[in-house]
Design a protein around this ligand. Structure first.
Ligand SMILES: Nc1ncnc2c1ncn2[C@@H]1O[C@H](COP(=O)(O)OP(=O)(O)OP(=O)(O)O)[C@@H](O)[C@H]1O
Length: 805
């Protein structure tokens, strides 16, 4: 047989195609910087990629995915599972992979699936309902907060079943048996301490793959007076009973259900065969349970002992969920160590305050013995100007030197990109001093200074973006109120993400209107409905008390009643049209009708849809006005209602030009702006101190929830279980570490200017601050990082005399 006819030999068309494919791969690879290229060069097995902020994790992962699809020709065979944390990140990475496949590789846009972790779990659990034990059609997904009815119910049931443990808690410290004090303690335990304990431990244990019986076993290892872990185990047990009996599932149940499915050999192998490999982004944010799911899917079906086909990309220094989820950065650090060795490749080897970075560091091979690179560090980042990078590196180093092991960052320093880097305008020139540090006299002057700087910057460069990053929403509301004039006078939009995106107003507004429709003659309901209409600017502002006093007269004025002013007439007409709709529309259309009436925007309407579904589910078989209102009442009074992010990319709303976005540091993760303002950097919030609410101090100088969390975490981290006071200290360290990571995330959002300040005077607590000048301000200590930054970078300190006009 001649060579030409040998079907095993590639024919000339195949050779051409393969050459073209290889050229395409090389072109794409050349778009990457070092570190990113390690991902593109992946040829199977495990790879950990530890990246610094702005290193291009998502870009690198998208190109690496497109290359793997081309190289292994997955478009015609198996699929690559790309997993990330949020829906908007999933949408963005999906779009990028499609683009690279089409534009750079001329390939069909298939061969991969992008999931969020929960989406992936839901997919697996949903396809095998028989094995998962999850009936998605009949169950309700819940995200219980401490005040949620489910948590309250399990607390009540636990108390009934555990009178002895409960009375030990009641006695606490220094109890003299006095009745009023007993009642007070009872109320604190039932409504605060036990719900918080239940909420914390259930999530912590469940997301770590622990069952109530595991907590029971743990509780036997330690005796801390109250047997906190035994109480926790009992609460968790009740929670499982209550949720099962009512067909509720939580997010952890979804992951657990998927894992149950994968216990079946045949089904597991099917999934393992379907997935060629798993690429995970934001790996520092996964819980142990989530990681277990990915590990299972990345296993070779035929040879379970072969290395996993798994790339995990993350930045342990940007882990900012570890105090409210079990996603501790320690897990990703462990993965990195397992892949390539404990030491991060860059180092601070110079004098005390300088952060110097060895240039050859990142190139040092980090393998786990097989000669193949298994740990890559992406430490070049083009986002920020050099002075911002220096400040962020300094913070990392300073925290490590000041606080030691328990609070330490992973030692990886950010380095500017090479001069031939593909990123446009990488490491831009600074605006002003690049890093500017202010020390205003109070919070009012802080906002004034920010306002002036924003006017200067955005008037000069209206095509640039700016953001104020706050630690809590209340600070954002205060700033937004004070800077409202920017739009009017300078055309600069002030976008307060907290109030625009929270959407928590929606259930309350819909409920107010429904209550009015149900009982239009109630002055209270009428007034509340009118308030909503005024707030939505649907009727003119006026004295609503006057309208609501006599509802009948307001709604249906008779010939003998005094004539209504045009404003009143407009309001009355509006209310009558709502009442008419109530009669004409079927009940199940009312909520969406009201949403349209209130002129909600697209993303608010998506939230209303979700709310409508939720109400329909909970009122199934009894869909009356009363039942709808009572479901809404429950939502409004007791729980967080998660808004829906619409696909009209939420991120781009935060990044608009000529806009000052006010956003929390948490929500700013993954985003960047030309100018970033960090006001109110005070020691009591960053790093802050965990504190025991006065009402609960009768139990001791710690909170049960934090102690239980630290004990569970110690066991997961293979450490001895700490006693209560030691556990409390560990909780404090966990918080300190997380607050500094949060500050680091916030600082690294800035491209050209990072503006930082701590006012001399500020409110005692932001959550009780009304923003009125009459509120007393107190002397505040700055976050300890500020004096350190000032002495290291004296040129960044801006004297007030230089800027006050
Ligand atoms: N190889 C590259 N060529 C050109 N631009 C790049 C490259 N890699 C990243 N970028 C750009 O750098 C910026 C930061 O990238 P990306 O958002 O992927 O970083 P990140 O590591 O996910 O950031 P963070 O850790 O702060 O969330 C983006 O604007 C991206 O387009």
């Amino acid at each position: 047989m001649s060579d030409d006819l040998d079907t095993n030999q590639p024919n000339s068309l195949e050779i051409t195609l393969s050459t073209l494919r290889e050229e395409g791969i090389q072109r794409l690879r050349n778009k990457l910087r070092r570190g990113q290229q390690d991902m593109a060069d992946w040829r199977g097995g495990k790879l950990a990629v530890s990246a610094v902020p702005g290193a291009g994790k998502s870009t690198g992962m998208a190109i690496a995915a497109a290359i793997a699809i081309a190289r292994y020709q997955l478009y015609s065979k198996r699929q690559l599972a790309v997993v990330t944390f949020t829906r908007s990140a999933a949408a963005s990475i999906r779009g990028k992979i499609r683009k690279y496949l089409k534009d750079d590789l001329s390939l069909p846009q298939t061969g991969f699936l992008v999931y969020t972790l929960h989406g992936l779990a839901l997919n697996i659990a949903g396809r095998h309902g028989d094995l998962s034990g999850l009936n998605l059609g009949t169950s309700t997904l819940v995200t219980p907060s401490p005040s949620h009815k489910i948590i309250r119910t399990c607390v009540e049931q636990w108390i009934v079943k555990n009178p002895r443990r409960y009375s030990i808690l009641l006695e606490g410290n220094a109890f003299d048996g006095e009745e009023t004090e007993r009642l007070r303690r009872q109320s604190v335990l039932r409504t605060e301490v036990l719900p918080n304990l239940a909420y914390t431990v259930i999530h912590e244990a469940k997301s770590s793959g622990l069952l109530p019986e595991d907590l029971w076993r743990l509780s036997e290892q330690i005796n801390d007076g109250y047997d906190i872990l035994a109480i926790a185990a009992g609460l968790y047990e009740q929670y499982q009973i209550v949720t099962r009996s009512q067909n509720f599932i939580d997010y952890d149940d979804m992951i657990l259900a998927a894992l149950r499915v994968l216990e079946n050999d045949t089904v597991r192998q099917q999934w393992q065969k379907q997935f060629f490999a798993v690429f995970e982004d934001e790996a520092q944010d996964s819980t142990p349970l989530q990681f277990h799911l990915l590990e299972t899917l990345a296993t070779d079906a035929e040879n379970p002992n072969a290395p996993l086909n798994l790339i995990r990309v993350g930045d342990p220094n940007q882990a900012i969920n570890s105090t409210f989820t079990p996603a501790d950065p320690i897990y990703f650090n462990w993965f990195c160590e397992e892949c390539g060795g404990a030491e991060a490749p860059t180092t601070n080897n110079e004098g005390d305050d300088a952060v110097a970075i060895k240039d050859e560091g990142a190139e040092a091979p980090t393998t786990n013995g097989d000669g193949v690179r298994r740990l890559a560090t992406m430490d070049r980042a083009g986002r920020s100007t050099k002075s911002i990078i220096d400040a962020a590196n300094f913070v990392l180093d300073w925290v490590n030197r000041t606080y030691g092991e328990s609070v330490a960052f992973r030692r990886q320093f950010i380095r500017p990109v090479d001069s031939n880097d593909p990123q446009v305008d990488a490491n831009p020139q600074p605006t002003g001093r690049g890093l500017e540090i202010y020390h205003p006299k109070d919070i009012y002057q802080t906002v004034e200074l920010m306002g002036e700087r924003v006017i200067e910057l955005l008037t000069e460069n209206p095509d640039r973006s700016a953001a104020v990053l706050v630690r809590e929403n209340r600070q954002g509301t205060f700033i937004a109120q004070k800077l409202e004039f920017l739009k009017r006078q300078y055309g600069i939009t002030v976008y307060d993400v907290g109030s625009s995106d929270r959407h928590s107003h929606i259930p309350g507004e819909i409920m107010a209107l429904l209550q009015f429709l149900d009982r239009p003659h109630s002055p209270d309901y009428l007034k509340t409905a009118l308030e909503v209409l005024v707030k939505r600017q649907l009727i003119p502002t006026q004295d609503l008390n006057a309208l609501a006093t006599y509802p009948e007269q307001f709604l249906y004025p008779g010939p003998l009643d005094p004539p209504q002013t045009p404003y009143v007439r407009q309001a009355a007409q509006y209310c009558r049209s709502l009442l008419k709709a109530r009669i004409e529309l079927p009940h199940y259309h009312l909520i969406s009708f009201l949403a349209l009436t209130l002129k909600y925007d697209q993303s608010e309407l998506a939230t209303v849809d979700k709310l409508g579904e939720r109400v329909a589910k909970q009122t199934l078989g009894n869909m009356s006005m009363n039942s709808t209102i009572s479901v809404l009442q429950e939502i409004v009074s007791s729980e967080r209602f998660e808004p829906v992010e619409t696909d009209e990319d939420a991120d781009s709303r935060y990044l608009r030009k000529n806009q000052l976005t006010i956003i929390t540091m948490h929500k700013a993760k993954g985003l960047d702006w030309d100018y970033v303002f960090l006001p109110f950097l005070h020691e009591d919030t960053i790093p802050g101190n965990p504190w025991v609410p006065t009402a609960a101090q009768f139990l001791g100088d710690f909170t049960l929830a934090e102690v239980a969390r630290a004990q569970i975490r110690a066991s997961l981290h293979k450490q001895p279980l700490p006693m209560a006071m030691e556990a409390w200290e560990q909780a404090a360290q966990l918080k300190t570490a997380e607050e500094f990571r949060l500050l680091y995330v916030a600082m690294t959002r800035g491209k050209r200017l990072l503006w930082m300040s701590a006012a001399e005077r500020g409110p005692f607590r932001w959550n009780t601050f009304t923003g009125k000048e009459s509120d007393n301000l107190q002397v505040k200590k700055p976050c300890p990082i500020l004096p350190a930054l000032k002495s290291r970078f004296p040129e960044a300190v801006v004297a007030l005399s230089a800027v006050l006009h």
